[in-house]
Unconditional design. Structure first.
Length: 314
């Protein structure tokens, strides 16, 4: 982060925004609470059987240490992401991470987390060109071929290594009958440096952690080669996330749209992929999205199970 950005951050941290009962973010999160209360009180809605509920595989492509500005921050971000998933009320999931250098964090020792070391070289610094994107896709294909080998069938969700998952996310997805795909249309954005939070519609346009696909085992590639992947339905998961609705429409695949903010896109920590690629600035704020910015308050961590004190002191 350069000197101008530092000055900007310090000035804007002093500008306090009201965050109270009228908070749009909190109001939307309470809608999730209401959803579960209604679900629990209306047994007739539970028309699905336990055996029909499918497990979720969260797929994380971790960038190489050679491409990061601050490897300690990258590791910390991944730790928070994993915490948000591992603390979910429904434990029917697994997390697979593919990367070059294995982070030194406790969460990688969890029985629901699998680390896959890749043997292909990382893209050259600064990693802002097409090689950077291909590296991410290649790691996703590695994860796909791993899931094929272990016989996995279920939901596959590409997830960025610094985003957060709502603590009832897995429960929410599995409360619905099986769908070919889920598209998250509304999400939360946080700028850590500005300590600002806001809602974003069409969330999938800006965040790659915004879709789940149901794949049977045969839909996963046998190898991580692009040619093998293109022949499979799995190819949907490595296409441009900004065009998920169009991609699904091309093959006439039905999907369910989620209008609850179940994912948080974290910005402003200095090592965002979008920043390294020059697509976003560390100073991006709610104003850019014509949204109402609010102060980042500790209640948000209750919904994403990230420890507020440790996170904000990192």
């Amino acid at each position: 982060m350069d000197e101008k950005e530092e000055i900007y951050l310090q000035k804007n941290k002093k500008k306090k925004k009201k965050t109270g009962p009228s908070s749009p973010v909190r109001k939307e999160l309470k809608r999730i609470d209401k959803y579960f209360k209604e679900l629990e009180s209306n047994v007739s809605e539970k028309t699905y059987e336990e055996k029909d509920k499918k497990e979720i595989a969260f797929a994380i492509s971790l960038k190489s240490r050679t491409l990061s500005r601050d490897w300690e921050q990258v590791q910390a971000n991944l730790s928070y992401t994993l915490k948000s998933i591992l603390r979910n009320t429904d434990q029917n999931f697994r997390i697979i991470i593919a990367g070059h250098e294995k982070p030194d964090i406790d969460e990688l020792q969890h029985c629901l987390v699998t680390w896959l070391s890749v043997d292909f070289p990382p893209p050259p610094p600064p990693g802002s060109g097409p090689e950077f994107t291909e590296d991410k896709k290649h790691k996703r294909r590695v994860i796909g071929s791993y899931l094929r080998k272990i016989g996995f069938s279920g939901y596959f969700m590409p997830l960025d290594a610094d985003d957060w998952i709502h603590y009832r996310f897995v429960e929410f997805i599995r409360s619905h009958p099986i769908s070919n795909a889920f598209l998250i249309k509304k999400g939360i954005m946080i700028n850590q440096g500005l300590e600002e939070i806001w809602l974003r519609n069409r969330f999938y346009i800006g965040c790659g952690s915004s879709a789940l696909y149901y794949f049977s085992n045969k839909d996963f590639p046998k190898t991580s080669k692009m040619a093998d992947t293109e022949k499979k339905l799995f190819g949907l998961s490595i296409m441009n996330h900004q065009k998920v609705p169009q991609n699904l429409a091309k093959i006439n695949m039905n999907y369910k749209t989620i209008h609850y903010p179940l994912v948080t896109y974290v910005l402003g920590h200095g090592d965002n992929t979008s920043v390294l690629k020059g697509k976003k600035s560390n100073l991006v704020s709610a104003k850019k999205y014509n949204a109402k910015g609010e102060n980042l308050k500790k209640w948000i961590y209750q919904y994403f199970r990230v420890d507020a004190k440790n996170y904000r002191n990192s």
